[in-house]
Design a protein around this ligand. Sequence first.
Ligand code: BES
Ligand code: ZN
Ligand code: ZN
Length: 510
Amino acid sequence: MKVQVDRRDGLTAQADVTASGVFERAEKDDTFPRTLQKEDDATRGVIKAAWARKEIKGKRKELTVFHRPDGKGRIALIGLGPRGKFTADTVRRAAAEVVRGFKGKGARTVAYRLGTFVADNVRSEAAVAALTDGAVLGNYEFLKYKATSDGGFEEASIHLGEEFSRDEAALKKVSADQATLDDVVVWTRDIANLPADTASPERLAAEATALGKEFGLKVTVFDEKKLLELGCGGILAVGGGSAGHPPRMIVLEYPGGARRGRTVAVVGKGITFDSGGISIKPGLNMQDMKFDKSGAVAVLGILRAAATLKVPPRVIGVMCCAENVPSGTSYRPGDVVRSFNGKTIEIINTDAEGRVVLSDGLGYVVKQYRPDEVIDLATLTGAQVIALGDDCAGLVSNDDKLAEGLLNASAATGEPVWRMPLTDFHRELVKSDIADVRNSTDIPVAGMLTAAAFLESFVGGTAWAHLDIAGPAYTSAKTRKYQPAYQNIGATAFAVRLVTRYLETAPPRG
Ligand code: BES
Ligand code: ZN
Ligand code: ZN
């Protein structure tokens, strides 16, 4: 989807849909909003009449459509909810709600009237970024395997009118930068949505290699032979059951923009399909386990965004890719595997495979690159979904500054994150009788945090943050109606905008 900004008022643009925001009105409030005068003129008083009979309440998600009598398209009023709760994310959601509302209704262009999406606490720049974000992401659909589709919108425009025309150049740049990042999110979603027969570890390696060529990034792919030489016993064990899709560890290096100095490593769980292995999962919703690669695919997206937007720090991406399936060559409960850093892992449950592959990636990157910070992204535990739900990721960190930076970025991008504690109780639970650590516990408590305690033992003293994205990585048909309209069914590419934002804004350490 193309997005453009111009200084017209939006109603003269003659888009298929002209969209304006409307705040929730108080029970007794009959004053017609001044911001909607042009809309009313274009419908020759029809909107005012609708307002007078209380057809328009301005509640969130309320979409009221008027057909222009001059035949020049439709006017859509999208509810913004109460003024007191208005944030940039309200705008992001509203922009997406409009786009979604017209799916399959023959609309190709949408024009947002900026003046109706701003308030004292959401100024023009934030509103333009949020409109861009919501329009592009809300319009996303995974179409690769569909013979027909309704096409969706081809173009969105944001109209400044007289009110904001002075800032045209600055607002054009805000929108263009946001659209660049959103294009990366769309690209990431397209890969994360691929099924496991296509998106094998080898295919993910090929995507990384192609990305490296396009942007001049160094990309190294470790195949089974190299993984054996390196001593990556975790990835080899987890991937050992798959006959057709052997494991890969992929390392991407972005050298850093203008202000060199800091190195941030981003490590992702890339299980292309998680059947549970020998500790096999129940069948219900197992198809969703194609999304168990979402952390690694997010790493790919973050590296693409870093290279496109030229973020200041040097960024090292590590994708730990394997298919977890049962067969005669699978790893088993009771096995002891040796991770890259020499630590031994007792396998209790082959379905707790994410932490096993990440142990190699984390151990490798901290030894090889000595990063200032390491962030891992993983659809790691069902316990995360139980604790925080489908929209909010769990954060565990040994470094307050890093955690705070990620929480600030999360607030800006509207990708919710909640920090959770890590205590000795959790650390005790992953101790093993016969190895250095075990990959599961004997009592079923704090599953998100015992997983984090396991990971912590592979980062040494490095400043580290773990994002468990099991819930937010994808949207299922069931949860979609509870999610913002910019999360369509399927992969969300959660954390790509958030971590990119962090890389763009976080101050150097020290
Ligand atoms: N990939 C799953 C976690 C998951 C669950 C992701 C639901 C997305 C949605 C992970 O590998 C897993 O199976 N974890 C187990 C760990 C347990 C065996 C210790 C879990 O959370 O049940
Ligand atoms: Zn699993
Ligand atoms: Zn998994």
